[in-house]
Design a protein around this ligand. Structure first.
Ligand code: TXA
Ligand code: MG
Length: 311
């Protein structure tokens, strides 16, 4: 059920989460399927509903760095990284060493000795976290399906098994957070996302590697974010039954939707998953997607569409 009244929704979510339940909550990136991160019974329900392999660990959401110090080892350097990005409300997840004494459910970390943590930039999520404590939350979609950027997407992805959903409107960023591994000496980008590589390299004053070769984020499977029909990138010609997701002013006439008619990558990121849900609902033979430049947010957009297209 979708609850559009924020006060009722937040109160009910707090009650559900305090009672070993799970529910969907909005963040600035995508909707999350939330559970109390310290409660294994609750966290197990996330894996079951999403049909997510239990070797794929979850991100813990906090409202402050201080809250994260209860379970993550945060060196003074890494503290600076978190304050720099989180104080600007940027969507950065950091992977940190797990503290020896912590109360996080081992299901959250999938047995790793590191933990992924982020501070969502959404008043509803922050209010709930302030009242419940650290929240484990993957994206609120069936494993492998398109990530949800609206309450309605969550409903579409889970169908009759939909959890309680607190409606916070459309997600402004529209792509998952960037994941940065800070658990080793040299920072490494595990997932492209809302914070660009360029932003991170400016902060660290060095070029950063992406972990695509040594899959360190176990959830970074090749096929992911996939609609029900085939997705074709850089397609040259449309066939009967195809739909075309365009980008920019040069998109061929007859495109079904355009991620950003002016070619703005921020706008395209916000619109991407919603466009995929809309096109999937048209039950086309194939979804064709126009080329998207590999710069800035374009890197994260191309990451998502190439996984959607993976056979
Ligand atoms: O924007 C986001 O990050 C959204 C919203 C809901 O916060 N969450 C999200 O969660 O995208 P999920 O579960 O779809 O992706 C979490 C990713 C997975 O690829 C997982 O493998 C990785 O984080 N991850 C979690 N813990 C990790 C760890 N200790 N080391 C490396 N990767 C980790
Ligand atoms: Mg996901």
């Amino acid at each position: 059920m979708i609850q559009s009244d924020k006060v009722i929704g937040i109160n009910k979510a707090v009650q559900i989460l305090s009672d070993e339940g799970i529910c969907a909550i909005p963040t600035e990136t995508v909707y999350g399927l939330a559970a109390d991160a310290t409660n294994s019974n609750a966290v197990a329900k996330i894996y079951a509903l999403k049909n997510r392999p239990t070797f794929n660990p979850l991100i813990v959401h906090v409202s402050s760095i201080k809250q994260a110090t209860a379970f993550a080892e945060i060196s003074s350097e890494n503290h600076k990284v978190c304050s720099y990005f989180w104080d600007q409300n940027l969507s950065l997840t950091v992977v940190l060493p797990l503290k020896a004494t912590h109360l996080i459910s081992p299901l959250v970390t999938a047995g790793l000795n590191t933990i992924a943590v982020r501070r969502p930039n959404h008043p509803i999520a922050l209010d709930i976290i302030n009242r419940v404590g650290p929240i484990a939350a993957p994206s609120a979609n069936q494993s492998m399906h398109i990530s949800p950027t609206s309450a309605d997407h969550v409903c579409k992805s889970f169908g009759k098994n939909s959890p309680y959903i607190v409606d916070g409107g459309l997600c402004t960023v529209g792509l998952e957070s960037t994941i940065l591994d800070l658990s080793n000496k040299i920072p490494c980008i595990l997932r492209a996302g809302g914070v660009t590589k360029e932003d991170l390299e400016t902060y660290f004053k060095m070029s950063l590697n992406s972990a695509s070769k040594t899959i360190k984020a176990p959830g970074m499977m090749k096929k992911h974010y996939a609609p029900a029909c085939p997705v074709i990138l850089n397609a040259q010609t449309m066939q009967p039954g195809d739909v075309l997701l365009g980008f920019g002013p040069k998109t061929p006439k007859g495109s079904t939707l355009n991620l950003s008619p002016t070619g703005n990558l921020t706008e395209a990121a916000t619109n991407l998953f919603d466009a995929l849900y809309k096109l999937e609902a048209m039950k086309p033979k194939r979804i064709l997607i126009s080329p998207i430049p590999m710069i800035g947010l374009g890197i994260a957009i191309n990451d998502r569409i190439s996984r959607a297209a993976a056979a």
